[in-house]
Structure formats: C-alpha cells, structure tokens
Design a protein. Structure first.
Length: 84
C-alpha cells in the first residue's frame, strides 16, 4: 500500500500506469489495495481524468512519508559511497 500511495503523488494516475509503476503488481492485488485505500479515505477515483488520486488525507499521509524518503536517499548515497 505504501508503494501505491507513493506512486499516486503525481496527479491522476491510470490503473495501468499505476500497475507499471508498482513493478507490475498483479491487477487483482492492485484493485484490492485501491479498494482498501478508498475505504480508508486516502485515495479516490478521478473519472474526469481517468485515474486515481490522493484525497486531502492521502496528501497528509504522503507528507508524513517524505522524511522516510529523505532518509532512504541519504542511506542509499552512503551505501554507494562505501561500496566504491
């Protein structure tokens, strides 16, 4: 679910695009996760744009995730530097 939320940080993502961004997650698993995320109120359908997007609560959750992304990027840079 975290990966789906992360990939929805860009506006209006179609099911197929989201599936591709999530490493080819099976369509049944993706559909189930999207249903769960809609039920939680963090994702909503955007029929006009032909995809899915984050609700206000989803954007708040994404903001909470950003420091974790910063940490992961710093860790990755250190790993690459140490492995040279």
């Amino acid at each position: 679910m975290l990966r789906i939320l992360w990939e929805l940080r860009s506006p209006a993502t179609s099911f197929r695009d989201l599936q591709s961004r999530c490493g080819g997650m099976s369509s049944s698993v993706l559909a189930e996760r999207l249903t769960d995320l809609r039920d939680m109120g963090v994702v909503h359908d955007l029929p006009e744009e032909g995809g899915y997007g984050l609700t206000d609560q989803g954007h708040q959750l994404l903001e909470i995730m950003l420091p974790l992304d910063d940490w992961a990027n710093r860790w990755d840079r250190r790993q690459r530097k140490d492995n040279k």
